[in-house]
Design a protein around this ligand. Structure first.
Ligand code: DUC
Ligand code: ZN
Ligand code: ZN
Length: 467
């Protein structure tokens, strides 16, 4: 048997199964699953370890321009390096259309930034900020056809917000062509109203980011997004859900038979609003949108993960350096939370946090962990079965996971381009000790290979209920 690599003696875990098997890899793909394989030039001992599908993080922001003077901390090299360290082999970043820009121009720009710089495979979602007739009528259908089969839209932010009419138009195009729309569900006007009010009262510290976008703001927008999707009869994914009321909106919609999916993220499981209530600008390190809430919100997010209301667990990695005028602690941000860039890093911490808090503490099963961190992302975003599982013919994207290893999270360990982690000092049990992509080791014990073998993936249509 002409194998290039054998992974020997591990316990293979997929979203549905768990079994002892060696894995034979040939030409970057899984060629055989069987016991006692022999005869490859490279044999990796996985005894005592779990072997899981490489993580797929379907919600990350890399090298994305933001407000003037603000710079994202990760480019494609550093962001995908950190992803690999955290056990990921595929990431789905966003390609943001600037106002007035064609989608094609935006894609060309992002693909140029990514080309040759990626440690893991990459596939882009589109962010539509300017849904002109040309974009909706010609560009978007052509790009969906080419494999850009998911689109994020925003219900807030000056430069990104879409009115309900525009949302309906995007949903209608997505429905016609089989793409999935991801929705950032927070209401623009309510946030503006509350932000102005807080500033007038002199409440400008980073902590007030939370009160400027309370749960009701997210719940209302979630309900509205679901209603608009129901009207058009299309699938949507509500991303980065932070609290019980929004989770329950999604659960109710699902119980009514609507094709509404949910995503949550590490910050909503282990951070709270109190993290933003720190001396000076320190609270800015935790400012993200929606904001971390309270303990009951954390419990609700766990419930969502356990009950299947949320089918994907993503990082929403959106890194800004702290000690940097182009980042969190900038001059305008010191005057008001309004100018603190929204977003926190988490691409490497995502899987260890879910494993430790979820599997090690008995909240979710190992199979559910694999589904939430890999398989469901592949299915929902048109990458399955090439990605997201361990099966003959699939890409040999594999993680050797030590479920007993205890690690204290520190920023240095995570190897991103940021200068802090919001999870500094957190103890986790369970760690990716080797990341293998397309049959090649890209990280072992935290040491990253400089080969940068990540490519840009072609995607098929996502698995949807209404298409
Ligand atoms: N939305 C995201 O998806 N990421 C970071 C900030 C935001 O508002
Ligand atoms: Zn968002
Ligand atoms: Zn995001």
């Amino acid at each position: 048997m002409p194998l290039d690599m054998i992974i020997k003696g591990g316990t293979v875990v997929t979203a549905t199964d768990r079994f002892r098997s060696d894995i034979g890899i040939e030409d970057g793909r899984i060629f055989v699953l069987a016991r006692n394989l022999e005869g490859a030039p490279e044999v990796i001992d996985a005894s005592g370890l779990l072997v899981i599908p490489g993580g797929i993080d379907s919600h990350v922001h890399l090298d994305q321009p933001g407000s003037p003077g603000i710079v994202m901390a990760d480019n494609f090299e550093t962001g995908t390096r950190s992803a690999a360290v955290g056990g990921n082999t595929t990431v789905l970043p966003f390609c943001l259309q600037a106002k007035g820009q064609t989608l094609r121009e935006a894609i060309t720009e992002y693909e140029r930034k990514a080309e040759g710089n990626c440690h893991v495979d990459v596939a882009f979602h589109l962010i539509i900020s300017d849904p002109t007739p040309q974009v909706l009528g010609q560009e978007l259908p052509a790009l969906i056809e080419e494999g850009y089969t998911s689109i994020k839209i925003f219900m807030t932010y000056d430069d990104l917000v879409l009115r309900d009419r525009d949302i309906l138009e995007v949903l209608a195009v997505a429905r016609r062509h089989g793409a999935l729309v991801m929705v950032h569900a927070e209401g623009y006007d309510t946030i503006k109203f509350l932000t102005d009010q807080l500033e007038r009262q002199g409440n400008t510290a980073p902590f007030f980011h939370g009160p400027s976008r309370p749960v009701v703001v997210e719940r209302e927008a979630t309900h509205r997004a679901i209603s608009l999707a129901e009207l058009v009869d299309t699938d949507i994914m509500i991303v980065h859900v932070s609290n019980r009321q929004a989770m329950e909106e999604i659960r109710r919609a699902q119980q009514r038979g609507l094709a509404i999916y949910g995503e949550t993220c590490p910050q909503y499981l282990v951070l709270t609003e109190n993290d933003m209530d720190r001396a000076g600008m320190e609270g800015a390190k935790y400012v993200c949108s929606p904001p971390p809430r309270d303990v009951d919100s954390q419990l609700a997010c766990w419930e969502g993960l356990q009950q299947g209301v949320f089918e994907v667990f993503s990082s929403d990695h959106c890194p800004f350096r702290y000690e940097d005028e182009a980042g969190k602690n900038n001059a305008k941000g010191r005057r008001s939370f309004r100018y603190v860039p929204n977003g926190i890093p988490g691409i490497a911490a995502r899987m260890p946090i879910l494993f430790s808090e979820g599997v090690s503490k008995g909240r979710i099963s190992l199979n559910r962990f694999v589904a939430l961190t890999s398989t469901n992302h592949a299915k929902r975003y048109g990458l399955y079965p090439q990605k997201g599982t361990i099966a003959v013919g699939a890409d040999a994207d594999l993680v050797l996971w030590d479920d007993k290893k205890k690690v204290t999270l520190t920023h240095d360990l995570l190897q991103d381009g940021c200068d802090y982690t919001p999870y500094e000092g957190m103890e986790v049990t369970g760690w990716p000790v080797r990341t293998i992509m397309k049959g090649r080791t890209i990280v072992v014990d935290g040491v990253v290979s400089e080969s940068r073998i990540g490519t840009q993936l072609k995607r098929t249509l996502p698995r949807l209920k209404t298409y």
